[in-house]
Design a protein around this ligand. Structure first.
Ligand code: IVH
Length: 665
């Protein structure tokens, strides 16, 4: 077998195993075996760029090229469906179809998947384009991002038509959605309200390697094109499943209205057991000939309708509103309710979000309120039953003016809906939050101390701030509940070990607003010590690479607070690193000074993050996209073809891993 044949064989095998795993849920080989085949293919493709193929399975990893999407006109407009929430309108639809056709017909009942719609174009069995709905006439070309979705076939098998479009929904399964939000919470990034937003946000990501990590899925629900395998919509989709597409198993053809309602009622309950979000069911006339005969209104087909499920809702009494203070000082109003059953769980509390929402609801204590779960993370109050109010209306809910934890007057930043407690240094939940951040892995990495232990130490009056940690002795904590001599000793040992954590991480650990890991590194490198940082002017700070007005202002106001300066003095006395050490400096060179370097592909010797760090250590700058200013591209395996082309066009040098390491050695 020659190399080209081996490459083709690997590609077709990998496409097949991919389909087995992501569409059929029936892998034939182990993950390791899959990875080995992929690695072999990647190596061959690297050595033989003449056999490159944009639909190769290796293209699934995405590229980190930043780009704005190009807009593409849809060949057939992407219409939406008429929506209804009522059974009587479903009956009306059925009657309209019966009258319109005046012959027997079948209805295909389907789940209405709650994601973001996509139109895929295949030519000669290969995915050539993926376009979002956009305004229905034209959408964004998101092909590179869509290629990372494993359940979308890049290459088809079987007797597919030479050219066609297929439409469907891109979804983020509940499991991936929850994991993503947990990760975002840990990084203090804003959460996605529901899987739909997460899926569409991800699909519009400028960076397809991010999309690749987000575990999107896709169901296809409509085949278009001049050649259709059959007159039946249902039958066409079964065919499409044979070509490699993921088609819902829950479609059902029916003839009567009774069967339609049975389907609706069944899925209204059963949908809770599905791995992805659904928000209704779609009814379609099954025969394509009949679909054509019924035609379209200006906005939607006459041959289909969407019945939307009622968001599950419960009515219960509002007893009081309490306020939670988050670790950044944000105040969240919480409705305390009479316990009520909702979507299988008992709800006693619901979020009221902010002062504007409370005002908008005109909420009074004792009101009967509607609680909904609808895709959101925490149940929310969506309305008040005004009729139940009667004569004895309770007190109007007014947002608090002072922090319930420390009594400080709350503030509201311009343009923000939220209220904050500004007392960063003495408000208990904020202190606890700060300590938790301080001890976390990427900061001081103090093992054996978790949020509960911190809360207990705080409650016992053993610590009031981070500096107090360094005054703790084994004998202070070993008598505490569930502690014991050994764990106490280990905690003290790891607190002690944190004294040698390098300055840049200590700086990150302080929890200064907007000073994350990367910013802390930059500041440490640019200024070298906390004393320099404390005394730096706004201008000086803003002159540091990547430090803008917002971060600079935050630093100035942090150091303007005497409590913060005092805390730093105490941490200094405890022996923490507030200067960059000589040996850290020695690691650095200026071999890459002034160079802008793009990283692309998959690497063997170091991770991508490590390469970023190496570039910075040697005075270079890692940039996201190729431009005429790019000095060179550090390329690993599997560099994206678009990037390759651009580099060639601009005449930018491509440097491989080994060459790069040699340059900086
Ligand atoms: S058919 C012309 N089938 O719901 C008919 N749509 O407004 C094309 N959707 O934009 C749509 N599940 O994003 C169809 N089984 C399904 C669907 C479905 C979800 C979405 C789709 C469409 C919207 C309807």
């Amino acid at each position: 077998m020659n190399i080209k044949e081996r490459i083709d064989l690997l590609r077709s095998e990998l496409h097949r195993h991919n389909h087995n795993y992501y569409v059929l849920n029936a892998p034939e080989i182990t993950d390791k075996e899959f990875d080995d085949l992929m690695r072999e293919l990647q190596e061959l493709e690297n050595e033989h760029p003449e056999y490159a193929d944009p639909n190769s399975p290796t293209m699934r990893v995405g590229s980190d090229l930043n780009k704005n999407f190009t807009q593409v006109a849809h060949k057939y407009p992407m219409l939406s469906l008429g929506n209804t929430y009522s059974e009587s309108e479903v009956t009306d639809f059925f009657e309209r179809v019966r009258k319109g056709l005046n012959e027997d017909f079948e209805i295909c009942c389907e789940l209405k998947y709650d994601g973001t719609s996509i139109s895929l174009t295949y030519e000669e069995g290969k995915l050539v384009r993926a376009v979002t709905r956009g305004d229905g006439e034209k959408g964004d070309d998101v092909t590179d991002n869509v290629k990372t979705i494993r359940s979308i076939p890049l290459v088809l098998h079987g007797d597919y038509p030479p050219s066609f479009e297929i439409r469907g929904e891109i979804l983020m399964p509940w499991e991936s959605f929850e994991r993503l939000n947990q990760e975002r919470e840990a990084r203090e990034e804003p959460l996605f309200a529901n899987p739909r937003n997460a899926a569409s946000g991800t699909l519009k990501s400028q960076n397809s390697s991010v999309v690749a990590t987000r575990k999107l899925d896709a169901y296809l629900y409509y085949l278009l094109g001049d050649y259709q395998p059959s007159d039946g919509h249902y039958e066409n989709l079964q065919k499409a499943a044979q070509w490699g597409f993921k088609i819902s198993e829950h479609m059902k053809k029916v003839q009567t209205l009774e069967e339609v309602f049975a389907y609706i009622n069944y899925w209204d309950k059963e949908r809770r057991n599905l791995p992805v979000a659904t928000d209704g069911i779609v009814l379609k006339v099954n025969s394509m000939r009949q679909q054509k005969a019924l035609g379209y209104t200006a906005k939607s087909p006459r041959w289909a309708i969407a019945y939307k499920f009622q968001a599950e809702r419960a009515l219960t009494r509002l007893n009081k509103v309490t306020y939670q203070v988050g670790r950044t000082g944000i105040i969240t109003p919480v409705a305390n309710l009479d316990a009520v059953q909702l979507s299988g769980t008992i709800v006693k509390r619901a979020s009221l979000h902010n002062a504007d929402i409370i005002e908008g609801l005109d909420l009074h204590i004792g009101d009967m309120v509607y609680v909904e779960k609808g895709g959101e993370i925490i149940p929310k109050i969506t309305g008040v039953d005004m009729d139940a109010r009667g004569m004895l209306m309770g007190e109007k809910v007014r947002f608090i003016t002072h922090c319930p934890e420390c009594g400080s007057r709350l503030i509201r930043y311009e343009g923000e809906a939220a209220h904050y407690c500004p007392n960063e240094t003495a408000c208990p939940p904020q202190i606890k939050g700060k300590i938790e951040h301080f001890i976390s892995r990427k900061a001081m990495n103090i093992d054996g101390l978790g949020p509960e232990t911190v809360a207990m130490f705080f409650q016992q009056g053993l610590i009031k701030d981070t500096a107090d940690l360094y005054l703790l002795k084994t004998s202070d904590i070993s008598p505490l509940e569930r502690m014991g001599e050994k764990s106490a000793y280990n905690i003290i040992k790891s607190i002690d070990a944190s004294r040698s954590v390098p300055f840049e991480r200590v700086l990150f650990a302080l929890g200064i607003r907007f000073v994350g890991e990367t910013v802390a590194k930059r500041l440490a490198k640019a200024l070298g010590s906390i004393d320099e940082l404390e005394n730096a002017s706004l201008e000086k700070l803003k002159n540091i690479d990547e430090i803008g007005e917002k971060i600079a202002q935050s630093l100035i106001s942090y150091f303007a607070n005497p409590a913060n300066r005092e805390l730093i003095e105490r941490l200094k006395s405890a022996g923490l690193q507030f200067c960059r050490k000589e040996e850290e400096k020695q690691d650095y060179s200026d071999k890459l000074a002034g160079q802008q370097i793009v990283i692309s592909g998959v690497f063997e010797h170091h991770s991508r993050d490590e390469y970023k760090e190496l570039i910075e250590k040697h005075g270079g700058k890692n940039v996201g996209s190729i431009s005429s200013k790019t000095s060179f591209i550090l390329a690993g395996k599997n560099m994206g073809p678009a990037k390759w082309e651009k580099a060639m066009k601009l005449g930018i040098k491509i440097v491989n891993e080994d060459e790069f390491l040699e340059r900086i050695s």
